[in-house]
Design a protein around this ligand. Structure first.
Ligand SMILES: Cc1ncc(COP(=O)(O)OP(=O)(O)O)c(N)n1
Ligand code: 3NM
Ligand code: MG
Length: 205
């Protein structure tokens, strides 16, 4: 999420509530109308990073590799229209987390070969949080990537809610990424519980 995703609530309070509620990674995605830039972005990113450190949760920055390197973020997430995977891997070093968005087995193979630690796949369902999102694709391509590259962690994203998250887990993802499901929750901790992997008997891959 970014500073403009929390509606009337203070974004840092939402981040802290999500950390307290049990998220295991946080991605700062600052883009779109009114997105912070320059020193305001730096200050916001440092606040988020400090909170993540308090909760021992990896702090990942979307798109902005230079910012991530300059503040020592734990990782970077890039898309197909962002910098090239192998260049970013070289810039951030071997020990940082690198996520790459992919939409096919072919893109997943390239991302994996060039140094991605995980791939993000979406949108699975309709989303209001990404202006240039592709058409919702369901979990079909996730199943195909899982089949071809069983050891590559996949993070599902796009329109995931407490009601549909089980469909995504069932496809065999290692994680799910959400914005609205958490930022609009009245009780963030309770929502995070509802989004988590269903109990073993229900979770067949
Ligand atoms: C976990 C995760 N998966 C996919 C994305 C989308 O990245 P990208 O395609 O580069 O689009 P933007 O987020 O930059 O608009 C993501 N951010 N995180
Ligand atoms: C950041 C992002 N990337 C997507 C992709 O398809 O790659 S969908 C998306 C938005 C996710 O927000 P929400 O949980 O509110 O739908
Ligand atoms: Mg991007």
């Amino acid at each position: 999420m970014g500073s403009k995703n929390s509606g009337v609530r203070d974004p840092l309070q939402v981040v802290e509530a999500a950390l307290r509620g049990g998220i295991n990674h946080f991605q700062l995605r600052e883009k779109g109308d009114g997105a912070l830039t320059g020193s305001a972005l730096l200050e916001f990113a440092l606040h988020c990073q400090r909170l993540c450190r308090e909760y021992s949760v990896p702090f990942i920055i979307n798109d902005q590799v230079e910012l991530a390197c300059s503040i020592g973020a734990d990782g970077v997430h890039i898309g197909q229209d962002d910098a090239a995977t192998q260049e970013v891997r070289q810039l951030i070093g071997a020990d940082k987390i690198l996520g790459v968005s992919v939409h096919s087995v072919e893109e997943a193979k390239i991302a994996s070969r060039e140094g991605a630690d995980y791939v993000g796949m979406g949108p699975i369902f309709g989303t209001v949080s990404k202006a240039d999102a592709k058409k919702p694709a369901g979990v079909k391509e996730i199943l195909a990537v899982k089949n071809e590259l069983p050891n590559l962690p996949i993070v599902g994203i796009g329109g995931i809610t407490a009601e549909n998250a089980h469909q995504v887990w069932q496809a065999g993802v290692s994680g799910i990424a959400v914005i609205t499901a958490i930022t609009e929750a009245a009780d963030i901790a309770e929502r995070i519980q509802l989004l988590q992997v269903p109990c073993k008997e229900e979770h067949r891959t």
